[in-house]
Write a protein that binds this ligand. Structure first.
Ligand code: ASP
Length: 432
């Protein structure tokens, strides 16, 4: 009977598949089609297919501002004490900064060991401008939105976080009279989460299209000369994810790391193909709350903040690339230079926007910090999308690792949900 229905309705096999399996199948099929299109010289077709991916990314981005604001207001109104919110904030920032510095160090070590720039001899002619780090004081004041509506219109996540926190606090402080507002936000949150579910159901098609485009556009000939730097960045991201996040989840959060990695598959693949941690945010929030059992009171704060300032993959990439550029231009770096790169890449990654190619723009700041030639940026630009895929994935997985650890330390992880294999499925679009 089962066999008969399988033969009769192959489409139902697809619709009944768990979302992460659909996404994984889409990734592989997209890769295969992209390679085939590239080998047969049909790059333009890959460009056309990309439109489906662009539509998917636009649809998730559409949710970012309302989702961050509404879920964080709900998160705030569910945390009764202000002190607890402060504690969560301090833990989150400490985690984000600590793991980022670690990531650059891994990047530097891999750059030194694998020597990706050793065979590439280049001479600088000084044409690219460095991006300067914004002054710290200005950065802090900039978090306060003088106009919350324009913060929302610009999609400025830090300003939205700031406004949502004080708005949620004010609802708490206003007491009984504000109960209808609180109820309104809870209802709105349910609607937006439903909306997110609907959009996320299209993830397999978006992933398929974006993967086809990347594989179709980048031929092997283009990747080979810089193969070692690609290897170094991918290997570094893998080591950081497995060793650093795996240990944090296992030994600090005392949770099963295998379950953790299973639970982050959907945002990992969506970020891999979209190369935007800000754009992946709705998928990350859905995975953290559903698959990993993290309560909204923590996830609604740590994840938007992480998508904005926590970029371990970007920092790692900047470390590897700085060493690559030094090797390619025959510059010897001192111990002090390495320390400067760690500090500069940590800061640069905080300032990097969670958008495709954001890290490449900030790379000039890291190179300039130790006087490396900025032409390095132009060389990396040719293959940056490929590197961006790995680093964005690490950025997003890092946000999830932090969220799990902070939530666990606050007793805000639903262990049954965490230990249950995947719950995210394509939603049934009926009511209820
Ligand atoms: N694309 C990355 C992200 O969105 C940022 C980067 O380019 O490093 O997380």
């Amino acid at each position: 009977m089962a066999t008969q229905s399988r033969h009769a309705r192959p489409f139902s096999i697809w619709t009944r598949m768990l979302l992460w399996k659909q996404i994984a199948v889409a990734l592989v099929l997209g890769l295969a089609l992209g390679v085939a299109l590239n080998l047969t010289g049909n790059v333009a077709v890959a460009g056309t297919i990309k439109l489906v991916g662009d539509a998917f990314i636009a649809a998730i981005k559409m949710l970012v501002v309302p989702l961050v604001f509404v879920s964080l207001v709900c998160g705030m109104t569910s945390v009764a004490e202000i002190g607890r919110m402060g504690r969560i904030g301090v833990k989150t920032l400490a985690f984000y900064l600590g793991t980022t510095a670690f990531a650059v160090t891994i990047g530097l070590l891999l750059g030194i060991l694998l020597e990706p720039g050793a065979g590439v001899a280049l001479v600088a002619d000084g044409a690219v401008d460095a991006k300067a780090a914004p002054p710290f004081g200005k950065l802090l004041v900039g978090i306060i939105p003088a106009n919350p509506i324009s913060a929302a219109a610009d999609g400025n996540v830090l300003q939205i976080i700031f406004f949502a926190i004080i708005f949620g606090l004010a609802i708490n402080l206003a007491g009984a009279v504000a109960q209808p507002i609180r109820g309104f936000f809870e209802a709105l949150n349910a609607v937006i989460m439903k909306l997110a579910e609907i959009v996320i159901a299209f993830a397999p098609y978006g992933v398929f299209a974006l993967m086809t485009w990347v594989a179709g556009t980048y031929g092997f000939e283009m990747l080979l000369p810089l193969g070692l730097i690609i290897l170094a960045v991918y290997l570094g991201c893998l080591i950081h994810a497995v060793v650093v996040y795996g240990s944090i989840v296992a030994f600090m959060a005392r949770l099963n790391p295998v379950r953790f990695f299973q639970g982050v598959i959907e945002p990992a693949i969506v970020s891999f193909t979209s190369t935007s941690s800000a754009g992946t945010l709705p998928v990350t929030m859905a995975a953290a709350t559903r698959n990993l059992g993290v309560k909204n009171s923590v996830a609604s704060f740590t994840l938007p903040l992480g998508a904005t300032i926590n970029m371990d993959g970007t920092a790692l990439y900047q470390g590897v690339t700085a060493v690559f550029v030094a090797q390619a231009f025959g510059v010897t770096l001192s111990g002090a230079d390495y320390a400067t790169i760690v500090a500069a890449a940590t800061l640069a990654s905080i300032g990097t926007a969670g958008v495709p190619g954001g890290g490449l723009i900030m790379l000039s700041m890291v190179l300039a910090s130790v006087g490396l030639p900025l032409e390095g940026v132009a060389i990396i630009a040719g293959i940056d999308r490929i590197l961006d895929m790995a680093r964005t994935t690490l950025n997003v997985v890092g946000d999830c690792a932090c969220t799990v650890l902070v939530a666990r330390s606050e007793g805000e992880v639903d262990l049954d949900a965490f230990n249950t294999p995947h719950v995210m499925a394509a939603p049934k679009l009926g009511t209820g």
